[in-house]
Design a protein around this ligand. Structure first.
Ligand SMILES: *Cc1c(COP(=O)(O)O)cnc(C)c1O
Length: 397
């Protein structure tokens, strides 16, 4: 008989009842060090007192207001985001997928209003992930994502990650409306796009007029040591998708755009019942206040350096388990020789949470306020996991 929960996820056998900082506690009293953070969502750890305060203060005032009315908490967060980024305007959603939906509409409407309605195509890259809606799966168009779900939304061009020639050619298609890219691929296996390439993309978009869309749903909000990952390349996108970390665990997403890129989205062209609700925005504002502090971001970079160095040592010690380490800031990936799933499972045995990604990679996405001691402890648990994977392989030969 089917489970009462639609079985679209392969879940662990254990369940967590509560968390504190970087730690999660099971029903049977085990304590896991959380280097998954709900897949880069719990940016400030579990049960963060500042976020509890922001949420409960707001909860005692008003939970929900329709976007028919002014929502002061939404305005405050939008103002702060506009203040701290390239953007002139923000639309709030409840998830990354919803951001993708709006982006597809926004870039098409942009060209429609500019009198070039034929410009509807969006260029995306292999290994990308933009969500699970009909538009988001069509954007990526891998068999895993789309098989059985056709007909697909047309208008996407998928290019090989890193194939510059193909990009130069495809971008000159006069029907291209936008290029959409994650500065650091998350689901694709923690693959950073080199700064040079992001600069090249900006130049290409300036040349052709195509809008440059950054999907920073996973790599944004301080994850790489800058508030947003594209800042490392010294460029600015026209549109950006943000979710995951911005809510610190409360469902919240936002599409940020320049005034020009957003110019087609006039009254009545888009909407959301819950997007920008007072609870989510009150929490999001607190997250941004904390993460946006330059001292906080500097500390992320410092800790990331220590983590990276320890991971290099781990890879050197277990070449039979790991091939390399890659990533940016507190978004690191261990490219595995052994099956990544085995490493993640051995981590569970050592009460350590990591997340598998494509390309046989184990993702490490700790809370951004992780302590130095917790990083040391994480690496110790990864050693334990790697030793277990090695022992299992040895026993089999
Ligand atoms: C998770 C993710 C999404 C989708 O976000 P949801 O909140 O799961 O809908 C989109 N893009 C990227 C890069 C992501 O990591």
């Amino acid at each position: 008989m089917i489970s009462s929960i639609l079985p679209t996820y392969n879940r662990t056998s254990f369940a967590f009842t509560h968390g504190q900082g970087a730690w999660l506690y099971t029903e049977d009293g085990r304590r896991f060090l959380d280097f998954g953070a709900g897949i880069a969502v719990n940016a400030l750890g579990h049960a963060n007192p500042d976020l509890i305060q922001a949420l409960t203060d707001q909860a005692s005032k008003v939970w929900h207001l329709s976007n028919l009315y002014q929502i002061p908490e939404q305005k405050a967060l939008a103002d702060a985001l506009v203040d701290q980024t390239f953007a002139d305007t923000a639309f709030f959603t409840n998830s990354g997928t919803e951001c993708c939906e709006l982006v597809v509409k926004m870039v098409r409407k942009y060209w429609y209003e500019k009198g070039q309605p034929e410009r509807v195509k969006i260029i995306t890259f292999s290994g990308a992930f933009h969500g699970r809606s009909s538009a988001a799966i069509a954007a990526v168009n891998t068999e895993k994502m789309v098989k059985g779900f056709g007909p697909l939304l047309p208008g996407f061009i998928q290019l090989e990650f890193g194939d510059h020639e193909a990009l130069q050619e495809a971008a000159r298609d006069p029907e291209v409306a936008a290029i959409m890219i994650e500065p650091v691929q998350g689901e694709g296996g923690i693959r950073p796009v080199p700064d040079q390439c992001l600069k090249g993309l900006r130049d290409l978009c300036d040349e052709t007029g195509a809008l440059l869309v950054m999907d920073e749903v996973q790599c944004g909000v301080g994850r790489t040591g800058k508030l947003f990952a594209h800042e490392w390349a010294g460029i600015e996108p026209d549109v950006m998708m943000v979710a995951k970390g911005i809510g610190g665990g409360f469902p919240l997403g936002v599409v940020l755009a320049t005034e020009d890129a957003a110019s087609g989205m006039t009254a009545g062209t888009h909407g959301s019942t819950y997007g920008g609700n007072p609870l989510g925005c009150a929490v999001g504002k607190r997250v941004l206040d904390i993460v946006g502090d330059p001292a906080f971001l500097q500390d992320v970079s410092r800790k990331a350096g220590a983590l990276r160095q320890s991971l290099e040592g781990l890879v050197a010690e277990y070449p039979d388990v790991f091939e390399s380490v890659r990533g940016s800031g507190l978004m690191q990936g261990l490219k595995c020789v052994a099956p990544a799933g085995d490493v993640v499972a051995a981590g569970y045995d050592a009460e350590f949470l990591s997340v598998p990604a494509a390309d046989n990679v184990v993702r490490l996405l700790p809370p951004l306020n992780i302590s130095d001691d917790e990083i040391t402890e994480a690496v110790a648990r990864l050693h334990t996991a790697a030793a277990a994977v090695r022992a299992k392989a040895t026993a089999q030969t």
